[in-house]
Ligand binder design. Structure first.
Ligand code: NAP
Length: 266
């Protein structure tokens, strides 16, 4: 079964002339990278961000592989770096059409200890990077989307259900999903749509911090109606739908790209 965009209905330049900011490419396994590749194949101009100089070394070669020259620093915990990012984009591009927010972080220790022992600092850190950052990004994007735009973020079923080892990240994803609805309500009058994709488990750098992730993947494929794991390419296809005009009447939604797992009973 094809999960990439090759050989599909895509590839006709549906994003030609569109400018897209992508936050969250860590390496070639990142969900954000699969989305970036698909956007690039569709003719989009993309800006990638990196957290610090060490990580810049991983992001730049990926950017070069798709002819992307807009690679800028952004730690979403820093208001100053966010301000600089949007000021730079305004001077380079003038306006932005779409944003892919694919960023999350929690201290590994907070995913390993019982949830009731989550530290205050760990709770704040997870919520700041994984949820507040969407609000911080969307607020700054408004000015650069005078004719509207589309913003997407990545979430997980742990927002709704108490999934083993997901702990504080589940709370952060719940805040993220709620933020999607409030942002959609706030920015809708500006024709800016905000949606979330709830992906099934995928082996990436961020996922490697979740204890027993391998077992989670195996159990998932067994139980999911489509009898397989989700791949980055599955998420990228849905991302193109949300970022394009195909979803012009859709905002504030959380859409599951999980091979149907979330509909099953225990
Ligand atoms: P990933 O490749 O590790 O991407 C996570 C990204 O978040 C990385 O690029 C990371 O940057 C970035 N990040 C962390 N702290 C940051 C900060 N302070 N400022 C800016 N960026 C920061 O993993 P992924 O699985 O593709 O994750 C992308 C999104 O999908 C996350 O929101 C994740 O929760 C969500 N998601 C993943 C799965 C899954 O199973 N993989 C399922 C559902 C949802 P560095 O690596 O450079 O630190």
């Amino acid at each position: 079964m094809s999960t990439s965009t090759e050989g599909s209905m895509y590839g006709n330049g549906m994003f030609a002339g569109k400018k897209v900011l992508v936050l969250g490419v860590a390496n070639n396994k990142s969900i954000a990278w699969a989305i970036t590749e698909s956007l690039s194949k569709e003719g989009a101009t993309v800006c990638l961000t990196y957290l610090n100089e060490a990580l810049e070394k991983r992001v730049r070669p990926l950017a070069e592989s798709i002819g992307c020259t807009d690679v800028l620093p952004c730690d979403v915990q820093s208001d100053e770096e966010l301000d600089n990012l949007f000021a730079e984009l305004e001077s380079r591009w003038g306006t932005i059409d779409c944003i892919v927010h694919s960023v999350a972080f929690a201290d590994r220790e907070d995913l390993q200890r019982p949830f009731s022992e989550t530290s205050r600092a760990g709770f704040q850190l997870a919520l700041d990077i994984s949820a507040y950052s969407l609000v911080a990004v969307a607020g700054r994007a408004k000015k650069l989307m005078p004719e509207g735009g589309s913003i997407i973020t990545m979430t997980y079923l742990g927002a709704l259900r108490a999934i083993e080892n997901y702990n504080v990240m589940g709370v952060a994803k719940a805040a993220l999903e709620s933020s999607v609805r409030y942002l959609a309500a706030d920015l809708g009058a500006s024709n800016i749509r905000v949606n979330a994709i709830s992906a099934g488990p995928i082996k990436t750098l961020a996922a490697s911090g979740i204890p027993q992730f391998k077992q989670l993947l195996a159990a998932f494929a067994e139980k999911a109606p489509l009898k397989r794991n989700v791949e980055q390419g599955d998420v990228a296809k849905t991302a193109l739908y949300f970022l394009s005009d195909l979803s012009s009447g859709v905002t504030g939604e959380v859409t599951y790209v999980d091979c149907g797992y979330s509909i099953t009973g225990t």
